[in-house]
Design a protein around this ligand. Structure first.
Ligand code: SAH
Length: 399
């Protein structure tokens, strides 16, 4: 049994919650004084003490907690979590049956009506990511629910809930069952990725870019020279190379990116001699490339929302136009720029404005070929479109 508390919602927020808005903001409650412990179940009441919804208190950068149910009688217990997981699994049935792709998201937080938690699947292994100390209070029942609803080889977890939403460094992210091989090789549209479930905050690939990678491989890469900036483990380079790119160049600041990228090439039988991996700040690389008159047929740019290096800080919201202008300079006429961001602070309209501005200031013309947002397994509910963070645009440089 979890602690429960009645709390009064401000009048102007009541309709939102009735319509299915899931996030408890700081402002939505009259007083947080009584609410102390994360993981407390909050019965949201109107000023006449009529029941609106049941939520839990968990502090994230997004807010102070998430609605769990609008059913007054619903108990928050093992059965409740089983039901959430079961529904989430059903929605991903085609992923479970797809032999060409063995990694996907099973439960996407508020998109599956369980804010604060994601569950990913990696070829028989499950990875739970807890985004607040609040949701983590339910971990025993949630893990038990998962165990009873799926067959699994092993279960891992990441805790990302210190004050800044950062990963809590841990020697051991393993929870239960069998340990995964290191690396665990998963498949994505028949290509391989090396995954490390217990090696820091990131496992080696961002699953939400699956469709973008496939599109690069199947429609754009053939015979092209491809520059992959902020390349991490080189996932876009792998798909470009497998799609027949003439050459890929991967640039990332992190030392570890070289070995990680080499490994991804190797397990996909890609000739490493033909690929270039550069460990460097991309902005320095741009200066170098411009000086050398380099021109690429395709440039992929998918930066972190914020980054701080010794020399500079970068923020997508402030600096994307500048970044694009650098890239426009080193892209061939008729070349493709794959512009991506996972920044949740602005939407597709603003992102397209950034693109327009960058081309205008560069005195170049462009055409948008296609765009992408989150794939099906990264489910988003209509009542909370804010969580649809991914924006990817394929831009053709016309002049
Ligand atoms: N595009 C990648 C994911 C990028 S993650 C993919 O799809 O797999 C962000 C990466 O940007 C990290 O690997 C980080 O090391 C790198 N990075 C951050 N700042 C950078 C900079 N100034 N120059 C180059 N790489 C940078």
């Amino acid at each position: 049994m979890y602690e429960e508390l009645d709390v009064i919602i401000k009048n102007r927020f009541i309709d939102e919650f009735k319509d299915g808005y899931p996030l408890i903001s700081k402002e939505s409650l009259n007083s947080w004084e009584k609410v102390s412990k994360e993981g407390t179940i909050l019965n949201l009441l109107d000023e006449k003490r009529r029941f609106i919804a049941k939520a839990y208190h968990g502090v994230q950068n997004k807010g102070m907690g998430w609605v769990l149910t609008k059913e007054k009688k619903q108990k928050i217990n093992l059965e409740f979590f089983k039901d959430k997981i079961n529904k989430a699994i059903k929605y991903r049935e085609d992923f479970y049956n797809n032999k060409e792709t063995t990694a996907f998201r099973v439960l996407n937080g508020e998109g599956d009506n369980l804010g604060g938690l994601t569950i990913d699947y990696f070829d028989g292994f499950y990875l739970l990511t807890w985004y607040s100390l609040g949701i983590y209070q339910f971990k025993d029942e949630i893990i038990e629910a998962l165990k009873s609803e799926v067959s699994y080889k092993g279960i891992y977890q990441k805790r990302r809930f210190d004050t800044k939403g950062q990963y809590l460094e841990s020697d051991n992210d393993f929870v239960f069952g069998e340990k995964a091989p290191e690396p665990l090789i998963i498949k994505e549209n028949n290509e391989n990725f090396a995954i490390y479930l217990d090696d820091g905050p990131m496992v080696g690939v961002f699953l939400d870019q699956r469709e973008v990678r496939k599109t690069i491989r199947d429609k754009y890469a053939k015979d092209k020279t491809v520059l992959n900036t902020f390349s991490y483990t080189g996932a876009f380079s792998v798909f470009a190379a497998r799609g027949g790119a003439k050459k890929t160049t991967s640039v990332d600041l992190a030392n570890r990116s070289r070995a990680k990228t080499q490994e991804q090439f190797e397990i996909n039988n890609i000739d490493i001699e033909k690929q270039e991996i550069i460990v460097q700040d991309v902005f320095d690389y741009f200066n170098f490339a411009v000086k050398k008159d380099f021109l690429f047929d395709m440039v992929v740019v998918d930066p972190p929302s914020f980054a701080r290096s010794k020399k500079r800080t970068f923020s997508v919201a402030k600096d994307y136009v500048k970044l694009l202008k650098e890239i426009i300079q080193i892209t061939n006429k008729d070349g493709i720029i794959v512009a991506s961001t996972n920044c949740a602070n602005f939407g597709m309209v603003t992102f397209r404005d950034f693109i327009a501005k960058a081309f205008k200031e560069s005195h170049k013309k462009y055409k948008i070929e296609e765009s992408f947002s989150l794939p099906k397994d990264f489910k988003v509910i209509d009542e909370f479109r804010e969580s649809s963070y991914l924006k990817v645009v394929f831009i053709r440089k016309l002049s």
